[in-house]
Design a protein. Structure first.
Length: 525
C-alpha cells in the first residue's frame, strides 16, 4: 500500500470540522431517506388507496432494505468516504426520480406499478442502510466505537424526525410530490458536493468525483426548475381530459379537468372522480331531494362534505330552508366552490348565498361540539377508501349525528356502489340501523360512476317522500320508488358488519370489494 493510499484509508487524524461535516451528513441522509419513503407511500396511497396498508408496507420494507444495505457495507473495506459519495449520488438519482416514474407507470402499466414501487423502496432503503455504517466506521477510527455509535444513531434518529415532520407540514402542501422528490435529491447531492470539497484529500480521484457530482447536481437542478411542467405532464397522462386547475392541499390532492367539446367539468380528489358535469345532476338530485322532500318541515340543514357546492345548490331549491351549514375540512375545496368560475357556474353560486354558512373543520369535531339542531343531514363524503374517512361512516359518528338532529329529522348519506362495493354499501346501512329506527335504501345509475347507492335514516320511524321541487332534470317520485327495488345481484349479502371506530373494518372491506368486485359479495350470499 502506498503512503498516499494509507493516508486515504486512515481516518484517525480526521480534523474536528471535517468530522462535523460527516455527522451533519448522517442527519441529512436520514432526513432524505424517510422523505423518499413517505413520498412513495403517498403516491401509492393516492393511486391504489388504503393508506394504512401502503404506509405500513412501505416503512416495513424500507427498514428491511436498510438492514440489507447495512450487511452489504461489511464488504467495503477501504476508501469509505469515497464509497459514501458514490452511494449518495446513487441515492439522489433513484430517490429524485421515484415519484415521477411511479406517476408515469400507473396509467400505462398499472400491473407493473407495485413491482416498480417495491424496487424503489428496496433501492432507497439499501442505499441509506449502506451509507450510515460507512460513516460510522470513519468516525469510529477517530473517536472510538462507543462515541461514534452514539453520535451516529442520535443524529440518524433526529434526521428521521425532521424529515417526517417537514414532509407533511412543508414539502407536500407547498411543493407537491414530484417537486419534493427533486428537491430532496438536490439536498442529497449538496451533501455529496460538500463531502467532495471538504474531504478531497481522502479521495483517490477528487476531480473526477467533483465532475460527476456537479453533473448529477445540474441534472437535479434542471428537474427542480422544470418541476411544474413535469408535474403538469404527469398529471395530464394520469387524467384523460385537460387539467385546468390542480392543487396539493394539506388534506388532499384536488384536480379539475375539462373536456371542452363535451363541456364536461370533472373534479378528482386523490385520483378518485367526485363528479362529472354531464351527469352530476342525477347524483345530487337523488342524494338531496328524497330526504328534503320527506314528511316534516325543513328549516335547518347540515351538509357534510360537498365543498363543491353542488349538494347545496339542490338544497336551495327548497324555499322553506332558512339556514344551511356546510362542513368541509379543506378550505381550498370550499374556496374552489366559491370562486372558480366554471364550478361557480355549475353550482349556481350556491356557496355565496346568504343562507349558507361554510365551516372548514373536521366533521367529527363539528358534530361533537355544535349546539344547533338540524331538520336534515346530508352526507356527501368520499367513499371510505382509508381509515380517516371510514370513521365518518362509523356507529359512533352516527350516534353523534342523532344528537344534533331534531325530533323528526332525516339523514341521507351517499354509500358507494351496491354493485362494485356491495358489502360496503350494506355495511353502511347496518351501521345506520344500529342507531336509527328506520332506514330506506335506494340505488340509481350514474354513468360516470356506474350503479350508485344511498341510504336514508330517520330519527323517528314513519313518513315517506311527500313532494319534490319543480324543474328537476332526473328525479321523479316514480323514479324514487323504482330506485328502492334491488336486483338479485345487489341485495344485502349475509354477514354484513357494523363499522366502529374501535374496529374500523369498513375501509378494508371497501378495498376488498373494489379489488374483487361483485364476486366477493356474491360468494357471501
Amino acid at each position: 500500500m502506498t503512503n498516499h493510499q494509507s493516508e486515504i484509508d486512515s481516518y484517525a487524524s480526521l480534523p474536528p470540522k471535517k468530522a462535523a461535516i460527516l455527522l451533519l451528513s448522517i442527519m441529512v441522509v436520514a432526513l432524505c431517506g424517510i422523505v423518499y419513503e413517505l413520498i412513495i407511500a403517498t403516491v401509492s396511497s393516492y393511486l391504489l388507496g388504503n393508506s394504512v396498508y401502503q404506509f405500513s408496507l412501505t416503512i416495513g420494507f424500507f427498514m428491511f432494505a436498510m438492514g440489507i444495505g447495512s450487511y452489504i457495507s461489511r464488504f467495503i473495506g477501504l476508501r469509505l468516504i469515497e464509497a459514501f459519495v458514490w452511494v449518495e449520488m446513487a441515492l439522489a438519482i433513484v430517490g429524485g426520480v421515484c415519484s415521477i416514474t411511479l406517476f408515469m407507470i400507473f396509467p400505462y402499466a398499472p400491473w407493473l406499478f407495485q413491482t416498480v414501487m417495491f424496487a424503489f423502496i428496496f433501492a432507497i432503503g439499501a442505499l441509506v442502510g449502506l451509507e450510515i455504517p460507512l460513516l460510522a466506521r470513519v468516525l469510529a477510527e477517530r473517536a472510538g466505537t462507543r462515541r461514534s455509535i452514539a453520535d451516529v444513531m442520535s443524529l440518524d434518529y433526529i434526521g428521521a424526525l425532521v424529515g417526517s415532520v417537514v414532509f407533511p407540514l412543508l414539502l407536500l402542501p407547498s411543493l407537491g410530490l414530484i417537486p419534493s422528490s427533486f428537491v430532496i435529491g438536490l439536498i442529497n447531492m449538496l451533501v455529496a458536493l460538500i463531502n467532495v470539497i471538504w474531504l478531497r484529500e481522502y479521495l483517490r480521484f477528487p476531480r473526477l468525483m467533483l465532475g460527476a457530482v456537479i453533473g448529477v447536481l445540474c441534472l437535479l437542478v434542471g428537474l427542480t426548475v422544470s418541476a411544474s411542467r413535469i408535474t403538469a405532464f404527469a398529471q395530464q397522462h394520469l387524467y384523460f381530459d385537460q387539467i385546468i386547475w390542480q392543487k396539493q392541499t394539506p388534506y388532499q390532492n384536488l384536480v379539475l379537468t375539462q373536456d371542452w367539446p363535451k363541456r364536461d367539468l370533472r373534479l378528482f380528489i386523490d385520483g378518485h372522480i367526485q363528479f362529472s358535469a354531464l351527469d352530476e345532476h342525477r347524483y345530487h338530485e337523488t342524494l338531496v331531494h328524497p330526504a328534503m322532500g320527506w314528511r316534516g318541515d325543513v328549516k335547518t340543514v347540515l351538509v357534510l362534505g360537498g365543498g363543491d357546492g353542488l349538494a347545496v345548490r339542490e338544497v336551495l331549491k327548497h324555499p322553506g330552508v332558512e339556514r344551511i351549514d356546510l362542513i368541509d375540512i379543506d378550505p381550498d375545496m370550499t374556496r374552489l366552490g366559491k370562486s372558480f368560475p366554471a364550478l361557480v357556474k355549475l353550482n349556481e353560486n350556491s356557496l355565496n348565498g346568504p343562507k349558507v354558512h361554510v365551516s372548514n373543520q373536521d366533521a367529527f369535531v363539528f358534530v361533537r361540539e355544535v349546539k344547533r339542531k338540524y331538520d336534515r343531514v346530508i352526507i356527501d363524503f368520499p367513499d371510505p377508501h382509508n381509515e380517516a374517512i371510514s370513521k365518518l361512516y362509523s356507529v359512533e359518528f352516527y350516534a353523534l349525528l342523532s344528537k344534533v338532529m331534531a325530533e323528526n329529522a332525516v339523514l341521507v348519506t351517499q354509500s358507494s356502489s351496491p354493485f362494485f362495493a356491495r358489502r360496503t354499501y350494506w355495511s353502511i346501512e347496518k351501521t345506520l340501523s344500529a342507531i336509527f329506527p328506520a332506514t330506506t335504501s335506494y340505488t340509481i345509475s350514474v354513468p360516470s360512476f356506474g350503479v350508485w347507492g344511498f341510504h336514508i335514516a330517520q330519527k323517528n320511524a314513519g313518513g315517506d317522500l311527500v313532494a319534490l321541487p319543480d324543474g328537476l332534470k332526473f328525479l321523479t317520485k316514480e323514479a324514487f320508488t323504482a330506485a328502492q327495488v334491488f336486483s338479485a345481484d345487489i341485495t344485502k349479502p349475509r354477514g354484513t358488519i357494523v363499522n366502529s371506530i374501535f374496529k374500523p373494518t369498513l375501509y378494508q372491506l371497501y378495498l376488498e370489494d373494489m379489488e374483487s368486485g361483485p364476486l366477493a359479495a356474491s360468494s357471501a350470499m
